[in-house]
Design a protein around this ligand. Structure first.
Ligand code: HT7
Ligand code: ZN
Length: 876
C-alpha cells in the first residue's frame, strides 16, 4: 500500500470556495450532483490538470461551466477524477453527477443506511465515497445542500448549517435546503434523512442569540435523550465560561444512529452519534454510560471551535483537534463532577489503552510522520496522550498564560487549517517560554521513564533527589532525544503535611514542579527540618512510568496521608500491583501467593474513611486489572498466573475485612431514588466494589444474587450480573440471572450489549466456546459495530485469561472473526485486530500460537489497507 508522509505535504493547485450539493435519495441508487466553484491557486500555471479524490463512485455526467464534457477530456479511474485541461481562467464551475448505493454500504463510511435512516460519516476520507472532491482537510468550502427524498420514508431532512427553503414535490417527494455559512473541510459534511422522533430545547448564548437545539432518535426513545440534552446545554455554557467560546449557528442538531464505526462525529451543526452515547435512563444505562454520554456530547460540541472553526491542515495534525478536544472534555467533566476522581479515571484509561500502544509494535508519535491508512490513527496516543500533552503545557505555563495562549490560538487561526507548530507558537508567544524541547512530546513515540532515588542528611537538614530520565526505543525510532518532563511533587512530612524547604539548588524546580530536561538531575533541598517521603508526579502531571524505590511502609504512609488525592490513590494502587506481581511469581514457581497483612488493613481503613469521597474510595479499592499487571511485568506473560494471584489478593482482602465490608455494604444501600449525578454514582460504585469482594466470601453467591434481584437501576444490575458470571458462573444463580436479564432486556440491543460483554469478559478457559456460542445468538449481529465490540472486542481486548487460553483457541477465533468482519467493514476489523498488539510480551508458547494467527491473517489474499496496515505493523 501507499505510504503518506508529513514531509510530502503540498498545498493543492486548486481551491473550492463554494460547494453546492444536491441529493436525490433512494436506497439503492442515490444521485449526487456536485456543483463546485473551482479556483486556481495563485502562482499555479493555467491549464494544470485538476485531480479529485473518489472512491467507489459511478460517474454519470461532467460539465464545465455548463458545457457537457467529452469522455476524452477527463478520466475517472476508481480512486480519482482527472480533468486533463481545465479552463485557463482563474475560476470555473465543475458539475459532476455521481450515483451511489447507500443500502449496500456496509463499511459505514460515506452515505449509508442505519435502521432505514440515511446518514453519513465523512471523517477521515469518506466524502470521496459521496462525490469527487479535493477530500483533504485544508480545502475549506461554503456548502449549500439540497436534499430530496420520499416524504413517507424520510420526513426529516438534515444537513449542516442553518435551514433554508423546504417544499413538496410530485409523487410524495419533498425537499429541504441547508446552508452553512462557515467554510469547512469535506470531512465535516453531514446529511441525515429518515423518520425519527426528537426532543427540542433552546440555548441562549452569551451574546443573547437563541439557538434551537434538537436531538433526533428512534421514535419512542425520545425520553432517553433528555440526559444528553442536559449535557449539551451544560457543555455550551461551560465553553463560554471557561474558554470564552460561543456557538455560532441558529441550530444545533444531534442524531443518534445504531450503526456507527466510532463514538460520534462533530459535523458542523449536525453531530451524528452512536446511539450508545445518547440514549440513557436508569433502567438501561450504567453510571459509566451516563458519564460517557456527558463526556462525548461535550467532546463533539467542543469540536465546534477546536476542529471545525480551526481545523487541521492535514491528517498528520489530527492531535491538533483531537488531543486538544479531549483535554477540553476532560476539564469539563472534572468541573461537572469530581476533579480528583476524574483524574484517576483518566490515568487508568491512559494506562490501559495508550501505554500498551506506546510500548508495542503500533507505537507512534502523538503527531505521526507517516501512515498507510489514516483510519488506524484515531488512537489512544493521538487522543489521550495528545490530551496529556496539552495538559502539560498548562502545567508548565500556569492557568493564566495557558488561557492567553488558547485565546491567541482562537483569535489568530479562526477559519484556518492549522498545524501543531501554529498551536505551540501561540503558547510560546503568550508566555514568553521556549517550548522547543517540550515539542518532542509530539514527535517522539514511547513512554518516558523516570527513575528516582532520594537521601536525607539529618545533620545538614538536606534532602537530595536523584532523577534520571530514559526513553525506550520504539519502531523506527531507536535513538531518542531528552524530553522536558514536568513533575509535580511534594515532600511529605511525618504529620502528612508537605514540608517546606529553604532553598533548592539548580534551576529545575519551580512552583512545586521539577522540570526534568537533562538525563540526570541531582536536586538538593536545604532547610528540610524532618525526613520527608517524596511524592512524585502528583496529579499524574506527566504521562510517564515511574521507577521509584520506596519501602512498602512509605507507600502505605502516602496512601494514608498524601495531600494529593491522585498520588494517594497511586500509592495504594502500586502496593496492590507489586503484591500481585510478587504473588504471580510465587505461583509460577510452584508456590502460593502471600500478602502482607498491612494491605488488607489499609483497604479496611479506606472503606471507613468518611473524609474521602465514595467514588474515590471505590477507585482506591479497585484492584489493578490483569492487563495492568501484565503491562507492569512487561515480558514472558502467563495470564493464568496473573489471574490466580489477583484472585488470591482479592480473597485475602475480603476475608480479612469481611464483617466490616458487609456492614459498609449495607450502609450504602440504595434508597430507590435514582440520580445520575456524581455523588449518587459514587455511592453505587463503592457498594459495587464491596460486592465484588464480598462475592468471594462464604455467602458470596447469595449476596450477589440478592443484589441482582433487588437492583433498581442498570448500574447495580449489571454489576451484580458481572460478579455472578465472573465469580460463580457454574452456579445456578449466575445462569438464572443471565436468563432473567435476557428476558427483561432482550429487545433492547444496547442493553443486550452489556449481557454479551459480561459473558465475553468471564475469566477462564471456557469463555472461548461461550463467545462462539453467543455469536450465534439471535440478538447478535456481525453487521453492527456495537454488537461486535461488546462480544468480540471485549473478549479480544478485555479478557486476559479467557482470550489467551494456553492452547491458542482464542487466537484462532480471533483470526477467523477478524477476517469475517473485514469483508463487510475493514475499519472495524482493523480495530478488533489490535487485540493482539502485545503478543510479543506473552510467554513463548502463547507467543508462537498468537504469531500463527497473525500470520494466517497476513497471508490472506486481498486484505484491505486498514487490516493489512495493522497486521503488518503488528508482525514487523
Ligand atoms: N472526529 C471523530 C472521528 C470519527 C471517525 C474517524 C474515522 C472513522 C469513523 C469516525 N467516526 C468519528 C470523532 C471524534 O473524535 O470526535
Ligand atoms: Zn474528537
Amino acid at each position: 500500500g501507499r505510504v503518506f508522509r508529513l514531509e510530502d505535504y503540498r498545498p493543492s493547485d486548486y481551491l473550492i470556495p463554494r460547494t453546492d450539493l444536491s441529493f436525490v435519495l433512494s436506497p439503492d441508487s442515490t444521485i449526487v450532483t456536485a456543483r463546485l466553484l473551482i479556483r486556481r491557486r495563485e502562482g499555479v500555471a493555467p491549464g494544470t490538470p485538476l485531480n479529485l479524490d473518489g472512491d467507489g463512485l459511478t460517474l454519470r455526467l461532467v460539465e464545465v461551466d455548463g458545457k457537457l464534457l467529452e469522455e476524452t477530456e477527463f478520466s475517472a479511474p476508481p480512486e480519482s477524477f482527472v480533468l486533463h485541461r481545465p479552463p485557463a481562467k482563474d475560476e470555473f464551475v465543475l458539475t459532476i453527477v455521481t450515483e451511489i448505493s447507500p443500502s449496500t454500504n456496509t463499511a459505514l463510511m460515506g452515505l449509508y443506511r442505519s435502521n432505514g435512516v440515511y446518514c453519513t460519516q465523512c471523517e477521515a476520507e469518506g466524502f470521496r465515497r459521496i462525490t469527487y472532491f479535493l477530500d483533504r482537510p485544508d480545502i475549506l468550502s461554503v456548502y449549500t445542500v439540497r436534499i430530496e427524498a420520499s416524504r413517507a420514508e424520510a420526513p426529516l431532512l438534515l444537513s449542516n448549517g442553518n435551514p433554508g427553503a423546504t417544499g413538496e414535490l410530485p409523487d410524495g417527494r419533498h425537499f429541504a435546503v441547508w446552508h452553512d455559512p462557515f467554510p469547512k473541510p469535506s470531512y465535516l459534511f453531514a446529511l441525515v434523512a429518515g423518520d425519527l422522533g426528537a426532543i427540542h430545547d433552546e440555548f441562549v448564548t452569551m451574546s443573547g442569540r437563541a439557538v434551537a437545539l434538537a436531538i433526533y432518535v428512534e421514535h419512542g426513545k425520545e425520553r432517553l435523550a433528555t440526559y444528553a440534552m442536559d449535557a449539551l446545554k451544560r457543555s455550551m455554557k461551560w465553553d463560554e465560561e471557561v474558554f470564552g467560546r460561543e456557538y455560532d449557528l441558529d441550530v444545533f442538531n444531534i442524531v443518534a444512529v445504531s450503526d456507527f464505526n466510532m463514538g460520534a462525529m462533530e459535523n458542523k451543526g449536525l453531530n451524528i452519534f452512536n446511539d450508545k452515547y445518547v440514549l440513557a435512563d436508569e433502567n438501561t444505562a450504567t453510571d459509566a454510560d451516563f458519564a460517557n454520554i456527558e463526556a462525548i456530547i461535550a467532546h463533539e460540541y467542543f469540536h465546534n471551535w477546536t476542529g471545525n472553526r480551526i481545523t487541521c491542515r492535514d491528517w498528520f495534525q489530527l492531535c491538533l483537534k483531537e488531543g486538544l478536544t479531549v483535554y477540553r472534555d476532560h476539564e469539563f467533566s472534572a468541573d461537572e463532577r469530581s476533579r480528583p476522581v476524574k483524574r484517576i479515571a483518566e490515568v487508568r484509561t491512559l494506562r490501559a489503552h495508550q501505554f500498551p500502544e506506546d510500548q508495542g509494535p503500533l507505537a507512534h508519535p502523538v503527531r505521526p510522520r507517516r501512515y498507510r491508512e489514516i483510519n488506524n490513527f484515531y488512537t489512544a496516543t493521538v487522543y489521550e496522550k495528545g490530551s496529556e500533552v496539552v495538559r502539560m503545557i498548562r502545567t508548565i505555563l500556569g492557568r493564566e498564560a495557558f488561557r492567553r495562549g488558547m485565546d491567541l490560538y482562537f483569535d489568530r487561526h479562526d477559519g484556518e487549517a492549522a498545524t501543531i507548530e501554529d498551536f505551540l507558537k501561540c503558547f510560546e508567544e503568550a508566555s514568553g517560554r521556549d517550548l522547543s524541547q517540550f515539542t518532542l512530546w509530539y514527535h517522539q513515540a514511547g513512554t518516558p521513564n523516570i527513575s528516582a532515588t532520594s537521601a536525607y542528611d539529618a545533620a545538614a537538614k538536606e534532602f537530595t533527589l536523584e532523577i534520571e530520565q530514559s526513553l525506550p526505543p520504539t519502531p523506527s525510532e531507536s535513538r531518542k532525544r531528552l524530553m522536558h518532563i514536568p513533575l509535580q511533587f511534594g515532600l511529605v512530612g511525618p504529620d502528612g503535611q508537605d514540608l517546606s524547604y529553604a532553598a533548592v539548588e539548580g534551576t529545575a524546580v519551580e512552583d512545586g514542579v521539577i522540570h526534568v530536561r537533562k538525563r540526570r538531575h541531582s536536586i538538593r533541598f536545604s532547610g528540610v527540618e524532618e525526613r520527608p517521603i517524596v511524592s512524585l508526579n502528583r496529579g499524574f502531571s506527566a504521562p510517564i512510568t515511574l521507577s521509584l524505590e520506596q519501602k512498602t511502609e512509605h507507600r502505605v504512609f502516602l496512601a494514608r496521608h498524601d495531600s494529593d488525592p491522585f498520588s494517594r490513590w497511586q500509592s495504594f494502587n502500586t502496593i496492590l500491583t507489586e503484591a500481585t506481581i510478587a504473588g504471580s511469581k510465587r505461583i509460577l514457581g510452584g508456590g502460593e501467593a502471600e500478602f502482607e497483612p498491612v494491605i488488607a488493613e489499609v483497604a479496611g481503613a479506606i472503606v471507613e474513611n468518611e473524609n474521602l469521597e465514595r467514588a474515590f474510595r471505590a477507585l482506591a479499592l479497585t484492584p489493578p486489572g490483569e492487563a495492568d499487571i501484565a503491562r507492569e511485568i512487561g515480558s514472558n506473560i502467563d495470564p493464568d498466573a496473573i489471574f490466580a494471584a489477583r484472585d488470591a489478593l482479592v480473597r485475602r482482602i475480603a476475608e480479612a475485612n469481611r464483617d466490616q465490608f458487609l456492614a459498609a455494604y449495607h450502609r450504602l444501600e440504595d434508597n430507590g431514588l435514582f440520580s445520575p449525578e456524581a455523588a449518587s454514582a459514587g455511592r453505587r460504585a463503592l457498594r459495587n466494589v464491596l460486592l465484588d469482594y464480598l462475592a468471594t466470601t462464604q455467602d458470596g453467591p447469595d449476596i450477589a444474587s440478592a443484589h441482582f434481584g433487588s437492583a433498581t437501576n442498570m448500574t447495580d444490575r449489571a454489576a451484580a450480573l458481572a460478579v455472578l458470571v465472573h465469580r460463580h458462573c457454574e452456579r445456578a444463580e449466575a445462569q438464572d440471572a443471565l436468563h432473567a436479564f435476557e428476558v427483561t432486556h432482550g429487545d433492547d440491543p444496547l442493553v443486550m450489549d452489556k449481557w454479551f460483554a459480561i459473558q465475553a469478559a468471564a475469566p477462564g478457559p471456557n469463555t472461548v466456546d461461550a463467545v462462539q456460542r453467543l455469536a450465534a445468538h439471535p440478538r447478535f449481529s456481525i453487521a453492527n459495530p456495537n454488537r461486535l465490540r461488546s462480544l468480540f472486542g471485549t473478549f479480544f481486548s478485555g479478557n486476559q485469561s479467557g482470550f489467551h487460553r494456553a492452547d491458542g483457541a482464542g487466537y484462532r477465533l480471533f483470526a477467523e472473526t477478524v477476517l469475517e468482519v473485514e469483508k463487510r467493514n475493514p475499519q472495524v476489523a482493523a480495530r478488533l485486530a489490535t487485540g493482539l498488539r502485545s503478543w510479543r510480551s506473552l510467554e513463548p508458547k502463547r507467543q508462537e500460537l498468537a504469531r500463527e494467527a497473525l500470520v494466517s491473517i497476513a497471508s490472506t489474499k486481498g486484505l484491505s489497507a486498514d487490516l493489512s496496515d495493522i497486521i503488518d505493523r503488528t508482525l514487523a
